[in-house]
Write a protein that binds this ligand. Structure first.
Ligand SMILES: Nc1ncnc2c1ncn2[C@@H]1O[C@H](COP(=O)(O)OP(=O)(O)OP(=O)(O)O)[C@@H](O)[C@H]1O
Length: 238
């Protein structure tokens, strides 16, 4: 029997004449580490924005843990365990590292637990040796890991990561791949978007390919990489 944590049913998002997503049907198993790939403008980020509740779908339904959440507000979805790290940095550069995490922890843990939780999170994402700098003085990679820590502060069951290794060098990319695996090993379902197939290869087992807003192919990584049509529309690109 399947145990889907998330199901997208006929999900569509139109911006005027642009069909950013068109009749997307997807099912994500609890505990999966799933990757979304596809050419620029294929509609990957729009799917994330609908799952998190930023964009209302034009049509279709989002079922999370068996319940229809299509009309719920963002905070209601976050409260139920959906957390996201978008492509655009969501950290506060003028604030310290700890204060950024403190903001993310607001209302999720009691006042007495905050400091211990900050330590747990910075150790988990590997930024425990920096002291407590202003975030704008942290490297790009460190800021990305901080943002992941902030997403984890919500104790999610489902974590959405939009290009978690974008702009990183090889070592930081490898570290991020290990971090994503570690998150998933904790039982958190992860869906991530990425363009870098070396990164995808390191961690994903199942991959969905989007093209022109629609699901083009879905399957195990090896099948997707060997698929002639996928190579033609996407993987054959430089
Ligand atoms: N707020 C918006 N208003 C109008 N059009 C939008 C909006 N958001 C996305 N689009 C359009 O929807 C389509 C899908 O965009 P989306 O950002 O989801 O693609 P993507 O696959 O994430 O692309 P990339 O890989 O470049 O991040 C694009 O044509 C984009 O221009």
């Amino acid at each position: 029997m399947t145990d889907a944590i998330l199901e997208l049913k006929g999900l569509s998002k139109y911006f005027g004449g642009i069909k950013a997503n068109d009749d997307v049907n997807m099912s994500i198993e609890r505990g999966e580490l799933h990757c979304l790939i596809g050419p620029n403008g294929a509609g990957k980020s729009t799917i994330f924005r609908m799952i998190m509740g930023e964009y209302p779908p034009t049509k279709g339904e989002i079922i999370y843990e068996g319940k229809n959440i299509t009309k719920l507000k963002m905070w209601q979805r976050a409260y139920r365990g959906i957390s996201i790290k978008m492509q655009i940095p969501g950290v506060f550069g003028e604030l310290s590292l700890y204060d950024n995490i403190r903001i993310a922890l607001q209302k999720h843990v009691s006042q007495q637990e905050v400091e211990a939780e900050i330590q747990r999170l910075i150790h988990f994402v590997g930024i425990q040796d920096l002291g407590n700098p202003l975030v704008k003085n942290m490297s790009h990679g460190q800021q990305q890991w901080l943002e992941i820590a902030m997403a984890l502060a919500l104790r999610p069951k489902l974590l959405l990561l939009d290009e978690p290794a974008a702009g990183m060098g090889p070592e930081e990319t490898e570290f991020t791949a290990q971090l994503v695996k570690k998150i998933n090993a904790q039982g958190i379902t992860v869906i991530f978007i990425d363009h870098d197939m070396n990164f995808v290869r390191r961690i994903a087992k199942r991959v969905t390919v989007l093209h022109c807003g629609k699901i083009f192919k879905e399957g195990p990584l090896e099948e997707i990489e060997a698929d002639k049509d996928v190579i033609q529309i996407y993987l054959g690109e430089d």
